[in-house]
Ligand binder design. Structure first.
Ligand SMILES: N[C@@H](CCC[C@H](N)C(=O)O)C(=O)O
Length: 327
C-alpha cells in the first residue's frame, strides 16, 4: 500500500536532512532503512545526508524512558539507512522545526531526546542555534568509552585511518558517536607553497565557507576525492565504524576540516565531527575549555568547551522545501 508522507528539507551548514513529522509514532515501521535509502538518494529521491523522524519520545519504544525529560525524539538515520546515536547539525535543525511550528512551547530552549541521550538546544537572539552536545570521551579497544577527563592532554594518537593506499594517525573521539580526527598540518604537502603551517595559513581566516574552491586549497585539497570507505587500526577500536575528520589549522583557536561521514560519504559539514575535531585540537594545543571556530565546506560553526566538559555547538539551522512523497 502506498502511503503519502509530508516532509520538510532542512540543513545546518549544508549538512542536509529530510525531516518527517511523526508525532504519534505511526511511521516508525514505514521509514525502515531501505525506505530511507530511497528518499535520501540525490538522483531518485529527495536527496539528503540523513533522515530525521520527528516523533514524540513517549511514542518511540526505544527511548520512551526519556519522555519525562524531553517531549520530542530525534530518530536519526544516515543516508544508507543506518541508525546513528547523535547528529549535531540535525538536532539544531529539528529544534528549529519544532520552534517554528509552535511545538516547543514559548521558551527559547528545548530538550530533544536522541539515541545518545537528551540534548538541550537554545535559539540564540542572532538566529543561530546552540546545542549542548555533552562531554567528549575517548573510545578504547573494544569500543567502550573512557572518560575524557582521564585522557592525558598530550595523549598520542591511538588509531590509524586507512583510505585506499593512504593512512594517517588519528585521535579517536566519541560525541557519543564515533569519530577519528586526523591532523594534516604536519603532512608533507604541496601546501607548503601556500605558506600553510601549524600556526595557520596566512590570510585564510576569513576565506573559508561555502566557496569550495578557496576552501579546498592546501592540505584539504591534496586529499582529493574522499570516495573510498575508510578502515581503522587496531581492528576493534571502532566496532561500529566511525566518521573521519581531516583537520588543518587556520589560526589561533581556528581550524578547518573535511569530513567523511559513516553511513553517507563526504558531506559538507558534521556537527558531532566538528565537536570531536575542536575537542582534539584543544588537547593538541593545550587549550582545554576554550572556544574554537571551525570552518567546513558548508559554512562555519563554533565550539565552546565549558569548564565542566560540556561541549556547546553553535551555528545556523535552516528549513527549506516542503512537500509530500509517496513511499
Ligand atoms: N551529520 C551528523 C552526524 C550524523 C551521524 C553520523 N554519520 C554517524 O553515523 O555517526 C552531525 O551533524 O553530527
Amino acid at each position: 500500500m502506498t502511503t503519502h508522507i509530508p516532509f520538510v528539507k532542512g540543513h545546518g551548514t549544508e549538512n542536509d536532512f529530510i525531516l518527517v513529522p511523526d508525532p504519534d509514532g505511526s511511521m516508525g515501521d514505514i521509514l525502515a532503512g531501505h525506505v530511507v535509502r530511497r528518499l535520501t538518494d540525490r538522483y531518485a529521491g529527495i536527496g539528503a545526508d540523513g533522515l530525521i523522524r520527528v516523533v514524540r519520545t513517549a511514542a518511540a519504544p526505544d527511548v520512551a524512558a526519556l519522555a519525562d525529560r524531553a517531549e520530542w525524539f530525534m530518530d536519526y538515520r544516515n543516508a544508507d539507512g543506518s541508525l546513528a546515536e547523535m547528529c549535531g547539525n540535525g538536532v539544531r535543525v529539528m529544534a528549529r522545526y519544532l520552534f517554528d511550528h509552535g511545538l516547543a512551547g514559548d521558551a527559547s530552549e528545548l530538550a530533544v531526546a536522541t539515541r545518545g541521550g537528551v540534548r538541550a538546544v537554545r535559539a540564540e537572539p542572532d538566529g543561530q542555534y546552540t546545542v549542548e552536545m555533552g562531554p567528549a570521551t575517548q573510545p578504547v579497544a573494544g569500543g567502550a568509552a573512557a572518560g575524557a577527563r582521564g585522557v592525558p592532554e598530550d595523549a598520542e594518537p591511538a588509531v590509524e585511518v586507512i583510505l585506499g593506499r593512504r593512512s594517517w594517525p588519528a585521535v579517536p573521539v566519541a560525541v557519543p558517536n564515533p569519530h577519528a580526527v586526523v591532523f594534516l598540518d604536519d603532512e608533507p604537502s604541496a601546501a607548503a607553497s601556500f605558506g600553510e603551517t601549524k600556526e595557520g595559513r596566512a590570510g585564510a581566516s576569513e576565506a573559508a565557507g561555502p566557496d569550495h574552491g578557496v576552501f579546498l586549497d592546501g592540505h584539504l585539497g591534496d586529499l582529493g576525492l574522499l570516495a573510498a570507505v575508510p578502515s581503522f587500526r587496531p581492528e576493534p577500536v571502532f566496532p561500529d565504524g566511525a566518521n573521519v575528520e581531516f583537520v588543518v589549522s587556520r589560526g589561533d583557536r581556528h581550524i578547518a576540516l573535511r569530513v567523511w561521514e559513516r553511513g553517507v560519504g563526504e558531506t559538507r559539514s558534521c556537527g558531532t565531527g566538528v565537536c570531536a575535531a575542536a575537542w582534539a585540537a584543544m588537547r593538541r594545543d593545550g587549550e582545554a575549555a576554550a572556544t574554537y571556530t571551525v570552518d567546513v565546506p558548508g559554512g562555519r560553526l563554533v565550539v565552546t568547551e565549558r569548564a565542566d566538559g560540556q561541549l556547546l555547538l553553535t551555528g545556523p539551522a535552516e528549513l527549506g522545501v516542503q512537500g509530500t512523497i509517496a513511499v
